[in-house]
Design a binder for this molecule. Structure first.
Ligand code: ZN
Length: 229
């Protein structure tokens, strides 16, 4: 794809996503326009790539359109091509399932995701954790934030080919949050996922979500990362 065409297609996707999510806002205390999240995720993915990947950046911009804006895979395929549509479909939760099952499936399916889908989901989690750190929903206490971080880490730890730059950024923001939890009680260790969803992060409505018996977090396992203590 020629550079001019690539830039134009990326802007078309940003315009499409902004319009489809026009009535949504992030439900953190700052109530940011939803498109801020989409651009942040796309910027994270783009900035972590060694080689340009226009379709991956476009899919990052569109990553919530099927799940949250009523767009179909077919519509995306027609406008942006099958590769973009497949990537977006791959990072879309099945909304007909109960929330707890969707959360469990994100963890279970993490190792099966394509490299591109893993990058988008990792960037999505980074954006959500940054939101919790900088503009948390008003009714979230430390325990609820900690439970979301624990769940997100369980998903990320399942990725088989996480982008190293994105993984390091995830570790950084997760650690920043964890430091704020130091005086919060430990989350209960349960053997199943309860329900905290990305959707609830966006909506500010949550249940409780904890997974027990999991591997240590990646920032404890990894040796190579420049993790600030
Ligand atoms: Zn998202």
């Amino acid at each position: 794809m020629k550079a001019t065409k690539a830039v134009h297609t990326i802007l078309d996707a940003a315009d499409f996503a902004a319009r489809k999510h026009a009535n949504q806002r992030r439900k953190g205390s700052a109530a940011e326009p939803y498109v801020n999240h989409l651009i942040e995720v796309a910027e994270l993915v783009c900035g972590a790539l060694n080689e340009p990947d226009v379709n991956l950046v476009i899919a990052a911009l569109l990553h919530d359109t099927i799940e949250d804006a009523g767009v179909t895979r077919e519509e995306l395929a027609e406008r942006f091509g099958a590769e973009v549509a497949d990537l977006v479909a791959e990072v879309t939760d099945e909304k007909s399932l109960p929330k707890a099952e969707r959360k469990r499936l994100q963890i279970e399916n993490a190792p099966k995701k394509s490299v591109g889908a893993q990058a988008i989901q990792l960037a999505d989690k980074i954006s959500n954790l940054r939101g919790i750190a900088d503009s948390p929903p008003a009714d979230w206490d430390k325990q609820r934030k900690r439970e979301y971080v624990t769940w997100a880490r369980n998903v990320v730890d399942g990725f088989t080919a996480p982008n190293p730059l994105l993984e390091a950024e995830f570790d950084k923001v997760a650690l920043r949050l964890q430091e704020g939890f130091a005086d919060a009680p430990n989350p209960p260790r349960v053997s199943h996922v309860i329900d905290v969803t990305d959707e609830e992060i966006r909506s500010g409505k949550t249940g409780i979500g904890v997974v027990g018996g999991v591997r240590p977090p990646s920032w404890l396992r990894s040796q190579g990362h420049d993790v600030q203590k």
